[in-house]
Design a protein around this ligand. Structure first.
Ligand code: PEP
Ligand code: MG
Length: 761
């Protein structure tokens, strides 16, 4: 809030123009007449021979709606597709374009009916409304000239005024404002991405924070500035209330608290307030200024691929809406009466907006955009609400109150499902609840085969609330704690103390059960928001995991220091990821030893025992087992990466990721070789890739001798049920009999065997 109270020189140029436009906008003329007048006022004010307004119509075309200077015959005749011509280019990229010689631009599209061949220079800006391009505003001059940044700014401010007029439905019907594809009332199945598993059925509530801002142009900018600052202060008070209620505020230090903290920091970002104040000083009302900054930010950064930037944009949008609510006094949908079973549908939303809804009524969240690590997804996960994201154009395909099913397990949604589909899903949900209850009953029973072989079942964890699952599913411990995950949701790199606090909580929650800390595995696709990224051709095989840790030892040392301190006399298990050479393990272990020495010297309590292990996920390491065995206390096989490197198939690419099967004689034989060598050397070995959590794969792994598996928490129940229904000896002989077969997959053989032997898979 540091910018509050500062003085910013008023921007007079747009103010003067806005004052003139205000009178036109407030007049009683028909919308088209007002639009015509607007073009002549802008042209005169900006000393341009041409001013034109294009409005986006259904079918993604931009239609010339009004012009001063171009041929009047072209109005409502000239149409450009998005991406076509300069105007289409502006709409496609939502960016202004200033050219001193327009005809040299590769995208210039000549339209003879307009008579624009006489004009050399061109300045155009998008007309943005709620982050969507609803039109384009342009000026043109005969003589080649350079438009200044101030002129671009002025035109953008004016575009803001026009956006409201376009969106008001006075020029074109409201139904044309949002592109509607698909047949409006047919049932529809859409695919998305799973951000959180689970099934939610209910009525759609479209989260469209549409604010009607009636007054755009300020009468008294100083008074507006005062209103803006008061609203900022009120918004902060309001935020404290929203963010501090509900089950998320139990102070247990979960990552959702980091998310909320990062959000608070954004709320206090001085740059945002400053830009908004500048917009007020250019002549807009406080609410119009908030809208302007919000729209521009979205247009500028909305397509950013950097997850950090995208999250900031959503946080700022969320805050912009909170601020608008303060300024306009309008209550959001969250405050209106909600149906009993709500499936919330949004383009994207921030954590505060989400938490404003009564979460006990929300059965699922569906997003057009987002990512699994987006802030709202993390909060929803903490509340156990299913989330399906990246569902394209969902908002244009559904209306409020329509029936909707969000199936997080299968990454799909059903809009207006027929009665029988609804019934099927209700039955599925009931069945799932039943099965869940059955698995819950298994939780205290041993994971023991019918012939008495005990299997250790552990969970893979990332966020703090995953640790509650150890007890909930009855796991033996945490076989893989992906320590980079909490780093990924923070706004900045956590220092030693922050890491120590987190790891201490982790160990407390594990309550004496072992937790394998995998040291930070960032790089590749696991991006830390606050690290500079550089392009790599093959990021999975790039500068990641232990490679970064050894090149930047301070990061690893800080993490190890935090861990040693957090242990406070307890046992710790440390595992290094992506080790390809034994020497890398030695170097990492040396860093760990230095941290232990350091702790001893400062008189701290040392861990009771430090178990140091390696993650086997690079095939090269599997060919160095002789050297590796004497050095390690345990090995965990990361089958996700191991399989992708073994077969040279990208694990995230659906075209190839299923091409080779871990249930093949070769892959199982390879894993068996590693297991046998560990057995001979007396080194405990586990499998912690996704395969371990699939009952059929787990059966085969047990068949080749694995006795320790680690998997996502929801997989523990089904795998335990499978184990309790199998006998280890016959499975082992059957799997071994298949290992010599020249097959790509023995999946079907295993499945038939399981069926014939009553094994629950
Ligand atoms: C693996 O590679 O199998 C693994 C468990 O690690 P991650 O999925 O985190 O790369
Ligand atoms: Mg891995």
């Amino acid at each position: 809030m540091s910018a509050a109270g500062s003085t910013i020189p008023p921007t007079t140029a747009p103010r003067r123009l806005l004052a003139r436009l205000r009178d036109v906008m407030a007049g009683a003329e028909a919308a088209q007449d007002r639009l015509n007048r607007v073009t002549s006022i802008i042209a005169a004010d900006m000393v341009a021979e041409v001013c034109s307004i294009y409005v986006r119509r259904a079918g993604d075309v931009l239609e010339l709606f009004a012009t001063q200077g171009l041929s009047a015959d072209a109005v409502h005749v000239t149409r450009l597709r998005i991406g076509e011509g300069l105007v289409g280019d502006i709409a496609a990229h939502a960016n202004p374009l200033a050219l001193s010689d327009a005809r040299n631009h590769p995208n210039f599209a000549f339209r003879p009916e307009t008579g624009e061949e006489a004009f050399h220079s061109f300045l155009g800006v998008p007309i943005l409304r709620a982050g969507r391009v609803v039109g384009v505003l342009s000026v043109q001059n005969v003589t080649p000239r350079k438009y200044t940044e101030e002129e671009t700014e002025t035109l953008q401010t004016v575009a803001m005024v026009l956006a409201e007029m376009v969106a008001s439905g006075q020029l074109i019907g409201r139904d044309e404002l949002a592109p509607i594809d698909g047949i409006a009332l047919k049932p529809l199945r859409l695919e998305g991405t799973r951000f959180n598993a689970g099934l939610g059925i209910g009525q759609a509530v479209l989260h469209e924070p549409r604010f009607t801002v009636e007054k755009i142009v300020a009468e008294d900018p100083d008074a507006e500035l005062e209103r803006l600052r008061t609203a900022f202060t009120a918004m902060h008070g309001q935020l404290e209330r929203i963010l501090d209620i509900g089950p998320l505020s139990n102070g247990d230090g979960g990552e959702h608290e980091d998310v909320l903290e990062a959000f608070r920091l954004v709320a206090e970002d001085a740059g945002w307030l400053r830009r908004t104040e500048e917009a007020v000083l250019s002549g807009l009302t406080a609410e119009a200024a908030v809208l302007k900054v919000k729209n521009e930010m979205r247009a500028r950064l909305g397509s950013a691929t950097d997850p950090y930037l995208r999250e900031r944009v959503h946080d700022l949008e969320d805050l912009g809406n909170q601020l608008l609510r303060q300024l306009t006094g309008q209550v959001g949908q969250a405050q209106s009466e909600l149906p009993e079973h709500v499936v919330l549908v949004a383009r994207n939303m921030g954590p505060a907006e989400f938490l404003e809804y009564d979460h006990t009524r929300i059965r699922a969240l569906v997003l057009e955009e987002g990512s699994a690590s987006s802030h709202v997804a993390i909060i929803a996960r903490a509340l156990d609400i299913p989330v399906v994201g990246q569902v394209r154009d969902i908002l244009s395909k559904i209306a409020n109150n329509e029936a909707i099913i969000a199936d997080g397990d299968n990454s799909q949604i059903f809009i207006r499902p027929s009665e029988d589909i609804q019934q099927t899903f209700h039955a599925t949900r009931k069945h799932k609840e039943l099965i869940k209850a059955q698995y819950a009953q298994l939780k205290d029973l041993p994971a023991k085969t019918r012939d008495g072989v005990e299997i250790s079942l552990n969970i893979n964890a990332g966020l703090l609330f995953d640790f509650d699952q150890i007890e909930a599913v009855g796991a033996d411990g945490v076989g893989l704690y992906r320590t980079e995950v909490p780093f990924m949701v923070r706004a900045e790199f956590p220092d030693v103390e922050a890491q120590r606090t987190l790891y201490e909580k982790v160990l407390d929650r594990a309550n004496g059960k072992p937790v394998v800390f995998r040291t930070i595995d960032v790089g590749g696709d696991k991006v830390l928001p606050y690290w500079d990224q550089f392009d790599e051709e093959n990021p999975a095989m790039g500068w990641r995991a232990i490679r970064i840790s050894l090149d930047r030892p301070a990061i690893l040392r800080q993490q190890l220091r935090a861990l040693v301190r957090a242990a406070k006399g307890r046992n710790i298990y440390v595992m290094f990821p992506m080790v390809a050479e034994v020497e890398e393990f030695d170097a990492a272990k040396k860093l760990l030893q230095r941290e232990l020495d350091r702790e001893r010297e400062r008189g701290g309590i040392l861990p009771e025992k430090v178990h140091t292990g390696v993650m086997l996920e690079v095939p090269a390491l599997a060919l160095q087992l002789d050297k590796l065995m004497p050095r390690v206390d345990f090995i965990s096989i990361g089958s996700n990466d191991l399989m992708q490197f073994l077969y040279a198939t990208d694990r995230g690419n659906p075209h190839v990721s299923d091409r080779y099967d871990i249930l093949s004689p070769f892959a199982l034989g390879f894993l068996k070789h590693v297991r046998d060598r560990c057995d001979q050397a007396g080194v405990p070995v586990s499998v912690c890739g996704e395969a371990a959590g699939r009952p059929l794969e787990a059966m085969a792994l047990i068949g080749i001798g694995f006795r320790r598996l680690s998997m996502p928490p929801p997989a523990i129940g089904p795998v335990k049920e499978m184990i309790r229904s199998m006998a280890a000896r016959p499975v082992a002989s059957f799997v071994h009999s298949l290992l010599e077969m020249p097959r790509v997959s023995i999946r079907q053989r295993l499945r038939d065997f399981a069926k014939d032997h009553g094994i629950e898979i």
